[in-house]
Design a protein around this ligand. Structure first.
Ligand code: S3P
Length: 457
């Protein structure tokens, strides 16, 4: 596809032309592709490891492809095989200054984590991205990275393109004691990656839990990293500067965020029963399934070996309830698809504390409100809250502009499974960033109304 350059995938070229037009039932068993967060970290951490890492089942998508190209430009040697890739790292402190600027496409995770990594190096790198990534705030990572000694060159907006000179080009990486004002795994990870070369111990305080794969993967590779839990949500991470990252092979489990789209599809359609195999079993990331269960969805999570599970989902009648802002970090990527579930449920759902949604691949706050309204759903926003009144019949019959945002595109395609008239999504191509097989997978689950749209939408 992207990494593996297979020609067999039917939907790459025509993806912009697909839409769903109603479906009664989904059935069968499928696997979701690899977790995006883990795939990107696996590449980035392999780059600074001393020696060879084998990464199995990496997500084959556009975002991961751009991160893969980036780590190659920074000095890693890559070999792509059928179901695994081999990465020969340069070792910590040996990043190469690329000859050309690095293009990150749509990948916010890849960009922010690599900014952190370069901040602690002696390399000089320019990053740029597509129109969506260029609009995303970067000051949230640049601020701590400057404090650690990195030099940044960009315009006043603090957005891409950004040129960064690592702290070790003209000095050394300073340890930091940083308190995260935004609960973000990307900011946390950028600081931790920069802190690897600091002389001494750095501290990152988080006030809301966020995904912790950078911490786990670094610890497993010999970095001295500790968590000091102050209370349920406050945690202080300490990390010691080091000079050596030992390589460790990794098998990437399926992405729970991709699984959520399929789970909602099965829940809102009639007579559906599906099994989603090989999903990463991480309580934090499974939050969306617990919310759906609380809404009345028939969802059974069966834990399997190591860190995976299978998720069995059946059609269900859902009831809305309020989702408090304390959940917002755990559900950050799932609000678009949860809003689709809410639109099809009985009663009112208030989703609270969604301010961060404004800074995702698109302004997701606006995209949810405007998109649902266009489809005929009663929806309102109040400050950082979205209020959705579910209904039995949703009209659809409109075009939704995904604005380069994969999760908005997938969400409105799923809604089209149950609307009276089909919804056309402009910009399905964005789905290639995280779940290139989205349409194919739904087709395998029996969505027969997959149609080639000839009209110019
Ligand atoms: C991610 C963290 C989240 C999430 C993104 C992936 C990561 O972003 O929305 O899709 O892999 O670290 P924030 O850290 O900005 O909340």
């Amino acid at each position: 596809m992207f990494i593996k350059k297979s020609k067999s995938d039917f939907n790459i070229k025509k993806i912009n032309n697909y839409y769903f037009s109603g479906s009664d039932s989904l059935s069968g068993s499928i696997k979701v592709p690899g977790d995006k967060s883990i795939s990107q970290r696996a590449l980035i951490i392999s780059l600074i490891s001393t020696g060879k890492t084998i990464i199995e089942d990496i997500l084959d998508s556009e975002d991961v492809y751009h991160t893969m190209q980036a780590v190659t430009q920074l000095g890693a040697m890559l070999r792509v095989h059928n179901n695994y890739i081999e990465v020969k790292g340069v070792g910590l402190g040996n990043l190469v200054t690329p000859k050309k600027p690095i293009y990150m496409g749509n990948s916010g995770t890849g960009t922010r984590l690599l900014l952190g990594l370069v901040a602690g190096s002696n390399a000089l790198v320019t990053f740029y991205g597509d129109s969506s990534l260029t609009e995303r705030p970067m000051d949230r990572v640049l601020l701590p990275l400057k404090e650690m000694g990195a030099r940044i060159m960009c315009d006043d907006s603090n957005k891409l393109p950004i040129t960064i000179m690592g702290a070790r080009a003209k000095g050394f990486t300073l340890p930091i004691d940083y308190k995260l004002s935004i609960p973000s795994a990307q900011i946390k990870s950028a600081i931790l990656l920069a802190a690897l070369t600091a002389r001494g111990t750095s501290f990152v305080t988080e006030y809301k839990k966020s995904r912790n794969y950078t911490e786990k993967m670094l610890s497993e590779r010999g970095v001295i990293l500790k968590n000091k839990k102050i209370n349920k949500s406050k945690n202080i991470i300490s990390i010691n500067g080091t000079s050596f990252i030992k390589p460790r092979n990794i098998k990437v489990p399926g992405d729970p965020s991709s699984a959520a789209f399929l789970a909602v599809a099965a829940t809102i359609t009639k007579k559906s029963s599906i099994t989603i195999e090989n999903v990463l079993h991480d309580k934090f990331r499974l939050g969306v399934f617990n919310i759906l269960k609380k809404m009345g969805a028939s969802i059974n999570i069966v834990r399997l070996e190591k860190n995976t599970c299978k998720i069995i989902v059946k059609s269900s009648k859902l009831k809305n309830f309020n989702i408090e802002s304390s959940n917002s970090s755990a559900l950050i990527d799932e609000y678009p698809i949860l809003s689709i579930a809410a639109a099809c449920s009985e009663g009112i759902m208030v989703m609270k504390g969604l301010g961060e949604l404004r800074y995702k691949e698109s302004d997701r706050f606006k995209a949810i409100v405007e998109g649902l309204e266009k489809c005929g759903v009663d929806v309102k926003s109040l400050k950082d809250n979205i209020i959705i009144k579910g209904r039995k019949k949703i009209k659809g019959g409109c075009t939704i502009d995904a604005k380069n945002d994969h999760r908005i595109a997938m969400s409105f395609n799923i809604l089209s499974l149950i609307t009276e008239e089909p919804i056309f999504v402009r910009g399905n191509k964005s789905i290639l960033t995280s779940f290139p097989g989205f349409f194919k997978t739904l087709q395998e689950l029996g969505v027969i109304s997959l149609t080639h749209e000839k009209k110019n939408i």
